[in-house]
Design a protein around this ligand. Structure first.
Ligand code: AMP
Length: 178
């Protein structure tokens, strides 16, 4: 298929840097040009799925909100279920919650208590690894449910923020590192 040739360099060229969004000092990585290009979008999903094949994974967990786009497509590709980790207050059923510190204040994410079965083989997917607080909170939620995390994959990693150091207990893979 035509997306078989998508390279990390091509994805990197398509990602748009928006300085000072949403506030001064942030270099926002805009992934919408990747999503809008059929070939790049399909290629990014192939690369995020990595070595895994249908049958290898039970659940792909995605993080609110851009993570959902990639994780849902990876789940479909791997014939796995999709599970959302959402911002607090959005999930309707019983939840577990996990809070983590931001530069100013804190954030809380949640998962349905029955979303991942004990022992399920899980891939955790998000668009971008920055400080790692969000992904680490998602890891805690999956751990609480007894899911077995095979790998955590990101489209983009901002290496200077050392997010990997918060995810030491699992393999971390990112397609593009800045
Ligand atoms: P963190 O918890 O610091 O690793 O932040 C990761 C989350 O924040 C991801 O879900 C990203 O979508 C978002 N994020 C953080 N920094 C950026 C950035 N520079 N550009 C785009 N999204 C970002």
């Amino acid at each position: 298929m035509s997306h078989a040739h998508v390279t990390q360099a091509e994805l990197s060229r398509a990602i748009r840097n928006i300085p000072d969004f949403p506030k001064p000092g942030i270099q926002f990585k805009d992934i919408t040009p990747v999503l809008a290009d059929a070939r790049l979008f399909a290629g990014s999903i192939e690369l995020l799925a990595g070595k895994y094949q249908p049958g290898d994974v039970d659940s792909v967990v995605g993080i609110d909100a851009r993570g959902f786009i990639f994780a849902a497509a990876v789940a479909l590709r791997l014939k796995a279920g999709f599970v959302p980790v959402r911002k607090k207050g959005k999930l309707p059923y019983q939840t577990h919650e996990e809070s983590y510190d931001l530069e100013y204040g804190s954030n809380t994410v949640a998962i349905h208590t029955d979303a991942v079965s004990k022992g399920a083989r899980v891939l955790l997917v998000d668009d971008l690894l920055a400080t790692g607080g969000t992904a680490a909170a998602a890891v805690s939620l999956i751990d609480k449910l007894g899911g077995k995390i095979l790998e955590i994959s990101f489209l983009i990693e901002l290496a200077a923020l050392s997010g990997r150091s918060k995810l030491k207990h699992h393999p971390v893979r990112s397609l593009i590192v800045y």
